[in-house]
Design a protein around this ligand. Structure first.
Ligand code: PEP
Length: 249
């Protein structure tokens, strides 16, 4: 039986004060034994979050991690630094990183490997654009993004990671994939992994991301291959985020 995971992605939002009060409100509202919960915060807030979440069920993640261990890589933050500040997770390959900052399948795979080397759990984000979906490329695109990591890290590495299927056309747009559209891709991702390891595929947490809100969460989260959500906009409001978390039954 796979456990559900509800994970917020705050992106580049908030202030030190608002991050603290949002964290406190989330921690105060946690009461669901059926799901794990985490937030991925901007780097500069991680120290505060470490103090606020220590000993609570709220796990903390970063939104990116360097593809190198240390050295002359101005502006990057290494996996060991994130570990030191209490992170459990690190997103890798979020579509905003791929589109705006040139992250490639290759660099995403390197980030994945670096995260795991330090004991972080990488959350590998994959998904197609609207153009790719409309031209029938969805499965090719997600397979290619997934294979790049499996080729570099090995299939066994997936056992200590999370996948987030995030159709790019649904991120921040208010347009959500239907329950069936999301389930279809989640199932295909699980089948792709099962070709190499049925056991890892069965245990793998595959989250859905893309305009998940309290109003659509229950349907998405009840699908057989959807094991939780990666939530952007709705995670900036404690009540909305907690409502999604409490939709897991
Ligand atoms: C995201 O940033 O990963 C995301 C899914 O954003 P939103 O929920 O706002 O679409």
């Amino acid at each position: 039986m796979r456990r559900s995971l509800i994970m917020g992605n705050w992106k580049m939002n908030g202030s030190r004060e608002s991050a603290k009060s949002l964290t406190e409100a989330i921690v105060a509202g946690i009461s669901n034994d059926n799901a794990d919960i985490a937030v991925c915060a901007p780097f500069v807030f991680l120290s505060d979050l470490q103090g606020l979440t220590d000993g609570t069920p709220l796990a903390v993640g970063a939104q990116n991690v360097a593809d190198q261990e240390s050295g002359a890589y101005t502006g990057e933050v290494s996996a060991s630094m994130l570990k030191e500040f209490g992170c459990k997770y690190a997103l890798v390959g979020h579509s905003e990183r791929r589109v705006c900052y040139g992250d490639t399948d290759e660099s995403v795979a390197a980030r994945f490997v670096e995260a795991q080397k330090q004991g972080l759990v990488p959350v590998l984000c994959i998904g197609e654009t609207l153009e790719q979906r409309e031209s029938g490329e969805t499965f090719n695109v997600v397979n290619t993004q997934l294979d790049a990591v499996v080729d570099k890290a090995g299939i066994e590495a997936l056992a200590n990671s999370v996948i987030a299927y995030e159709p790019v056309w649904a991120i921040g747009t208010g347009v959500t994939a239907t329950d069936e559209q999301a389930q279809e891709v989640h199932k295909a991702i699980r089948e792709r992994i099962a070709e190499k390891s049925p056991e890892i595929a069965e245990n793998m947490q595959i989250l859905y991301g893309g305009s998940m809100k309290p109003a659509n969460a229950k349907g998405l989260l009840s699908m057989a291959d959807i094991d939780g959500g990666l939530i952007g906009g709705a995670s900036l409001d404690a009540q909305s985020f907690l409502d999604i978390y409490h939709s897991v039954s």
